[in-house]
Design a protein around this ligand. Sequence first.
Ligand code: HEM
Ligand SMILES: *[C@@H]1O[C@H](CO)[C@@H](O)[C@H](O)[C@H]1NC(C)=O
Ligand SMILES: *[C@@H]1O[C@H](CO)[C@@H](O)[C@H](O)[C@H]1NC(C)=O
Length: 477
Amino acid sequence: MIMTLFFIVFFLIKFLQKENTKLAKTRHKKLPPGRRGWPLIGDSFNWYNAVASSHPPTFVEQQVKRFGKIFSCSLFGKWAVVSADPSFNRFVMQNEGKLFKSSYPKSFRDLVGKNGVITVQGEQQRKLHGIASNMMRLEKLKFHFLEDIQRVMTRTLCSFEDDQLILLQDVCRKVAINLMVNQLLGITSESEINEMAHLFSDFVDGCLSVPINLPGCPYHTAMKAREKIIKKINRTIKMYREEGSLEVSNGVLARLLEEESLPDEAVADFIINLLFAGNETTAKTMLFAVYFLTQCPTALKQLLDEQESLKSCSNGEEMLTWQDYKAMSFTQCVIDESLRLGGIAIWLMREAIEDVKYQDYVIPKGCFVVPFLSAVHLDENVYNGALNFNPWRWMDPQNEEKRNWRNSPFYAPFGGGARFCPGAELARLQIALFLRSFVTTYRWTQTKEDRMSFFPSARLVNGFQIRLTRRHMQDEG
Ligand code: HEM
Ligand SMILES: *[C@@H]1O[C@H](CO)[C@@H](O)[C@H](O)[C@H]1NC(C)=O
Ligand SMILES: *[C@@H]1O[C@H](CO)[C@@H](O)[C@H](O)[C@H]1NC(C)=O
């Protein structure tokens, strides 16, 4: 979703700006091959059409056929080097802060906060990234997140009636925002979660909008929501400073205050950045996983069997243990396959810090560089039957190396290098527990056609309308 936001904002604003003159001069150097497209607009419309469709790499694939896996085109009023090349994508991610930096419009930086990990660069980014990774690393999840996630899941997901018609997209949205508020702020009371979730929603809607800071505009509402969120965080900080501890000590905020020494004004931005990066990505991956499972009953059956088998081995206790989580091997395959086929981060956005030489090419300073992840994830030469949902492919020993989402050039749903998603393990835990709750509580039938689109944000265009029936324990074999 981050990527989509940039696209919108860049698209609306950047292409009106004049072209970087230095770039124009260096263009005759060996920029990767490509075409210029229409003046100003360049290939932006083709890009848009592809991304709004259910197969985002369409445009990239066409260009790859003509020009090769690394090509240039004119996007957002600027030259961009776009890549469907696994090694080059990896090279770009590995050289974050050295040859490339991630690139954001100012309006976006103002909203998510200029002290947050997403927008800062260099030294400061590495420090904040380290803190974020530490807060959400695997060992911490066991102690601080496992049970809370299950509680939130039960509360937000398990009370629908027999025969109820729902839009699963809205439900996932609610689940994800509740999880984020609970985990970042450590809030557990339902009314407080709802209040914060509401503020957070206003905030994110504004991030998706045209940045006009006038009353009535979503951007303005978002700025106001941002202020209220910061006030709430400030109050928590004050309480902590006065009393030396907090009643709710599970949240990232509390641990941040206890274990790290960030200046107070950086704390709020830090939290807001995590919220921003984690909310929609998680919600949409949950949604897409159920969407794919609905089309693949064999996988759904196997997932359900796996989850049912876990329930009996946890001795009738309600809560799953860490061991249970570690035993969900097929569920993990489903998550990996959902991220491959419906990865939310379809591309990353970078800018060259200096003239960069790669093979025979020179990428001039200031040029956009776009590692197009989904073009690799959906490449028939990399994955057999690349467009099919096939979670079993990840059980094949041949794919073991490919599957390593921390390092694999062929599979990078969480990015890589210095900006590798620090929430990856947390997201996977949330998605697994969501799938578990959902498939063991309900059966469902889809009541309306649907398809994926990745513009303006990743979604199912009709919200995934389904009719639920509750599963009853006794009619399961
Ligand atoms: C399925 C869910 C998720 C996916 C697919 C995902 C994907 C990504 C990707 C691809 C990046 C790299 C962006 C870039 O290089 O420009 C990223 C960065 C980030 N993610 Fe996630 N993410 C997910 C969930 C989360 C969660 C749950 C959190 C935290 C609560 C989170 C926090 C972050 C942060 C803070 C960054 C920025 C890191 C930096 O710039 O140093 N993500 N994510
Ligand atoms: C979370 O994401 C949903 C879209 O899935 C969006 O509508 C909502 O406003 C977001 N809220 C926050 C706080 O990020
Ligand atoms: C929150 O606290 C920080 C640091 O003490 C301060 O700079 C900021 O103005 C406060 N913001 C609000 C909205 O209260």
